[in-house]
Design a protein around this ligand. Structure first.
Ligand SMILES: NC(=O)c1ccc[n+]([C@@H]2O[C@H](COP(=O)([O-])OP(=O)(O)OC[C@H]3O[C@@H](n4cnc5c(N)ncnc54)[C@H](OP(=O)(O)O)[C@@H]3O)[C@@H](O)[C@H]2O)c1
Length: 292
């Protein structure tokens, strides 16, 4: 498999496309906003004018767009993937979306004889650029095995989890961890600052314990310095949190903390923090405490 199409050159898509290009694959890219394709064009990727053209030029298409509506748009609407269908085409969706939506999308692709795999990932553009994502995959095992060589270029760990939709359920549970860690650090730092303690000391103590995490060892230091180099936006995490609460509802389970987190992130987006990195949630927590 050499010919790969990438649909969506946002933060994650751009890094994945760059890495696959550097790894020697023949890459064709499409992005709704054309200007974002210029950098990849300069680096030697082909640029398609539609998802249909991507399909015509690819054996494997990796979709990396915002949400389920965007996936459906590039797949099934005018000049979408299905219009460029051919015998050997496989589609893999790396976007983080609702597991039940993912199943419906797979079913619709199958009506056009296209296998669609779910390949959500952990890790942002910084690790995607070196092929070190962690991938959760689900869908048709035969198609997965056929594409595995490409997936292992993108991710240093690839977990095949079963039938369509399952990988997205696990991905939501992973982003639930990210949500809680960002909030716990934000509230912990805000608390010690109000108590006149240097937050760096707080982090030094936390990182001396069993409760340290990658986030407390890296991004937390940027959080206390007010530096938020966006690799995953707060608005996109809010989108995933809402998917978690909807999924919990459809599974008939109660997840009280993520419901509370949804409220906090929703208010932060409303207050204008949406385009910051998701760790910028600390700015919102500090803002609501300014007058106190
Ligand atoms: N960044 C991360 O660390 C990370 C990690 C794991 C998973 N993810 C997931 O990967 C996906 C992309 O994330 P990102 O960080 O790259 O987001 P991003 O920078 O906000 O990019 C979003 C991409 O989706 C496209 N898009 C949005 N709505 C569209 C529509 N209706 N039709 C066609 N294209 C549309 C955008 O096109 P335009 O340029 O035209 O707006 C852009 O290419 C999301 O599902 C996210 O949750 C991200």
């Amino acid at each position: 498999m050499r010919k790969i199409g990438i649909i969506g050159l946002g933060m994650l898509g751009n890094a994945v496309a760059s890495h696959l290009l550097d790894s020697g694959f023949e890459i064709t890219v499409y992005n709704r906003t054309k200007e974002k394709t210029l950098q990849m064009k300069e680096r030697g990727a082909k640029v398609a004018t539609s998802p249909k053209e991507i399909a015509e030029n690819s054996e494997l298409i990796i979709i990396i767009v915002k949400d389920a509506d965007a996936v459906k748009q590039v797949s099934f609407e005018k000049d979408g993937i299905i219009e460029g269908n051919h015998e050997k085409l496989i589609v893999a969706d790396m976007s983080t979306i609702d597991p039940s939506e993912s199943k419906k999308i797979s079913k619709k692709f199958l009506e056009h004889s296209i296998d669609k795999l779910d390949i959500p990932v952990m890790g942002g553009p910084n690790v995607a650029i070196t092929g070190n994502l962690v991938m959760m995959a689900s869908g048709n095992k035969e198609s997965f095995d056929y594409c595995k060589e490409v997936f292992e270029k993108v991710a240093n760990k690839v977990f095949f989890l079963g039938e369509s939709g399952v990988a997205h359920s696990v991905k939501l549970a992973m982003n639930l961890q990210i949500t809680m860690l960002a909030l716990a650090l934000s509230e912990g730092i805000t608390l010690v600052k109000k108590a006149n303690v240097d937050p760096k000391i707080f982090l030094e103590i936390l990182n001396s314990t069993y409760f340290k995490t990658g986030m407390s060892q890296k991004k937390a230091y940027q959080m206390i310095e007010g530096k938020y180099n966006a690799t995953f936006t707060l608005a996109n995490l809010k989108k995933d949190i809402s998917t978690m609460t909807n999924t919990a509802k459809s599974l008939g389970i109660e997840l009280p903390m993520i419901k509370k987190a949804e409220e906090v992130y929703e208010n932060a987006v409303k207050a204008g923090f949406g385009e910051m990195d998701y760790t910028g949630i600390i700015e919102y927590i500090e803002k609501i405490n300014k007058s106190k």
